[in-house]
Design a protein around this ligand. Structure first.
Ligand code: NAP
Length: 256
């Protein structure tokens, strides 16, 4: 299937590692030009090398609106257009009700969902011109809960709500907005989390066994495959959807 992504300019926040890294790699393989917004120096450079220079790495950890505005200005001055935005960067930072504070909660929410809005806001005029696409990467924790991570989960839920909200608001411009909802994907963030258990390998095995389809983790490239499809014209009549790429983890009976 030709996804017709050739030369499309696609912003990917957190695009150097994990799920974002796999999306950037997939875009490069399809001939698109990912703009990788991520502080990770080595992985960002590897991707630009893999793209033979047909990719841009902006070494930045997004937080404020000014960060997002600067990124969009840089992309427009470099390429003159934006065809897609993948809001992906996020950190499950464990700010809970018990282990947390009002200040830490607000900071976690802002850190995880603020830049989703900021990038969409500043990229909007360019996306209107290109009839572009927005893709939000959320998490199953938005619908299942996880415990001890109120800030992250509040942000992940907001991302799902904003997917519907933006899909409605942007109908007149033919801008499609969708969300992918992953559950268990072995990425650098996941590796750090699993290491927080006393017996990480046992814990990983226990979680993998609970994934209904094939009792294994989803790979980052399986998330990227859906992302590429949703970013492409092949998904031309799909908007406002929350698509679970999780081997049935969220909806099927995990006791089976
Ligand atoms: P990851 O392994 O930590 O990779 C994320 C990348 O984004 C890292 O390179 C990270 O850099 C960068 N990053 C983090 N915050 C950033 C920011 N504010 N601005 C720019 N770059 C930033 O994470 P992942 O597991 O791939 O997760 C990606 C997305 O998938 C997140 O939204 C997460 O909530 C979602 N998700 C993941 C899973 C899973 O099982 N892995 C499940 C559900 C949802 P540093 O390493 O320097 O922080």
């Amino acid at each position: 299937m030709d996804l017709q992504l050739q030369d499309k300019i696609i912003l990917v926040s957190g695009g150097a590692k994990g799920i974002g890294g796999a999306i950037s790699r997939g875009l490069i393989e399809e001939g698109a030009i990912p703009v990788i917004i991520d502080p990770s120096e080595t992985e960002g450079k590897e991707l630009v090398d893999f793209a033979k220079g047909k990719a841009l790495h902006l070494k930045k950890r997004l937080f404020s609106a000014a960060d997002a505005e600067e990124v969009v200005q840089k992309v427009l001055s470099t390429y003159g257009r934006i065809d897609g935005l993948v809001n992906n960067a996020g950190t499950n930072d464990g700010v809970g009700l018990e282990k947390g504070s009002p200040e830490a909660f607000l900071q976690s929410v802002e850190k995880n969902v603020g830049h989703y809005y900021f990038l969409a806001h500043y990229a909007l005029e360019a996306l209107k011109k290109s009839k572009g696409v927005i893709l939000n990467i959320s998490s199953k924790t938005a619908v299942t809960g996880q415990g001890n991570t109120s800030g992250y989960v509040a942000a992940k839920g907001a991302q799902l709500a904003l997917t519907r909200e933006w899909a409605v608001e942007l109908l007149p411009y033919h801008i499609r907005v969708n969300a992918i909802v992953p559950a268990e994907v072995y990425t650098p963030m996941y590796a750090t989390w699993i290491q927080s258990f006393p017996n990480p390998e046992e814990k990983l095995d226990e979680i993998s066994r609970r994934v209904p389809l094939q009792n294994r983790m989803t790979t980052a490239s399986e998330i990227a495959n859906m992302a590429l499809f949703l970013l492409s014209e092949k998904a031309s009549h799909i908007t406002g959807q929350h698509i679970f790429v999780d081997g049935g983890y969220t909806h099927l009976d995990r006791a089976l």
